[in-house]
Design a protein around this ligand. Sequence first.
Ligand code: PSU
Ligand code: MN
Length: 305
Amino acid sequence: MSHLHISEEVQQALAENRPVIALESTLITHGLPYPHNRDTALSMEKAAREGGAVPATIAVLKGQITVGISEDDVERLAQTSSEDVRKCSRRDLPIAVGLGEDGATTVAGTMIVANMAGIKVFATGGIGGVHRGHPFDVSADLIELGRTPVAVVCGGAKSILDLPLTMETLETQGVPVLGYQTDELPAFFSRSSGLRVDVRVDGPVQVASIIKAANELKAQHGILITVPVPAEEAISDELAESAIQQATEEADTQGIHGKDVTPFVLGRVLEITEGQSMKANVALLRNNAFVAAQIAAELSQPVTI
Ligand code: PSU
Ligand code: MN
């Protein structure tokens, strides 16, 4: 397909069945401020390599869907105003491609492209979900998880979301939610949410065998692997909760809606916590890339009978 460009390194790794993980770009353009966005994106790529996988950061560059963008592209996207880069979920990809725009892929958008390229594992921070107080604002991420067979490694979902409704929706969509060395759904900044995951897994071997089983069952849906933020970097529940409360109320009173809600709330939480949330955010992103790489490495192991 002429609109899809896969970097040489990623193409070669895929052809040789070596481990590759996908990384998203909305966190670069709409998730973190410069230069933290650039540094984090590059440190996720490094963590992927340390975990044994080739990183493939995905974005739309002037209408071209690109798998494995260069360091210069990361720098350019990181410096571009979020208003000049389309946030691309399923709905938005044809618009960005058709009009030759720059686009940053969300979890949903990245899953679609990873699946097109043949990448099975993808690492991100937080997934979208059902927004608090707005039960019809359901992120396209949840629907995509129900229809695209890619394993998504994340830090759970931020409690800017209604976590019980998010879990219900994932169940309806047929998405298994795994807890990586935990019984509880992590809540991004903090390690616990009070909600149970579907199953606890203790390492990459178990995750890989669930992914392989899903393949054998010809599953058309994704799998969600939730990894708690490293304990040393977690922020207190109280701080996270009060910042999130304030940010979501502000979004409501200012009439922010649609695709702008998540970036607005993420930005305000950072400001309100005066950057304290940044440390947790960056640490979990790196760690997720490392865990995803280990899972991808396990998946690439030749089958031994
Ligand atoms: N949640 C986070 N950090 C993020 C996002 C969500 O904690 O960076 C981004 C991801 O790219 C996710 C998108 O796919 O926001 C979800 O947007 P929406 O809620 O509009 O579907
Ligand atoms: Mn939404």
